[in-house]
Design a protein around this ligand. Sequence first.
Ligand code: ADP
Ligand code: MG
Length: 236
Amino acid sequence: MILSVNNLNAGYGRVHVLKDISIEVNEGEIVCLVGANGAGKSTLLKAISGIIPIMQGRVTFRNLDITNSRPNHIVKEGISHVPEGRQIFGSLTVRQNLLLGTYIRKMKKEEISRLFNFIYSLFPILEKRLYQKAGTMSGGEQQMLAIARGLMSQPKLLLLDEPSLGLAPLVVETILNVIQHLKSTGISILLVEQNVNAALEIADRAYIIETGRIITTGNSKELRENDEIKRCYLGM
Ligand SMILES: Nc1ncnc2c1ncn2[C@@H]1O[C@H](COP(=O)(O)OP(=O)(O)O)[C@@H](O)[C@H]1O
Ligand SMILES: [Mg+2]
């Protein structure tokens, strides 16, 4: 097991959002987090990556207790969070945005250039856009950049928050293919997706979250055949 969240409670100030959340991600798995708007998906990713405090419970990453560790420490340990809404720096170039992803620890030139080549192999368009200001790119390209930047810290676990939101079907497909490819390179992935159908196709397992609680879990195939899931999340 690479990530284990046990009875986690978290929220914002006095607002208690997550209630006794327990989830696991195994090494090399894609695990999907499914739930309606406001269910607490982004909040859970934020609690794991140390952006918001954990009120109660524990987060363990590769046998290390990272509960309430500082975000930069958590990145160093190997968790990278690609937030909702991308949050790239529009006035910086693609290259500068990518370099920001490496500042968490000292890297040799060769290591950085190997990482850039890895990024180009995933998203060839980013090599063409290297010296372009990120804000001038299309939404799809910006999302690719956000994921690429997350990879620059060489994570073992990637937290992806709605990577396909608002993108054209062809771009969505590109991104989902890349996520699958990342899995084949040994990166574990916790994925939040609105596009539940597509997410369940690439995920090994999923958790359904409703108003801050996990209500169902199972492997993707089981969940795709579950009548309630079909009705609530797959629009059948
Ligand atoms: N910064 C914040 N301050 C206070 N409440 C918040 C904040 N961000 C989110 N919330 C609340 O927490 C709940 C869960 O939100 P969120 O995790 O963003 O849901 P999801 O990602 O599943 O759509 C919602 O009720 C939302 O209003
Ligand atoms: Mg969200």
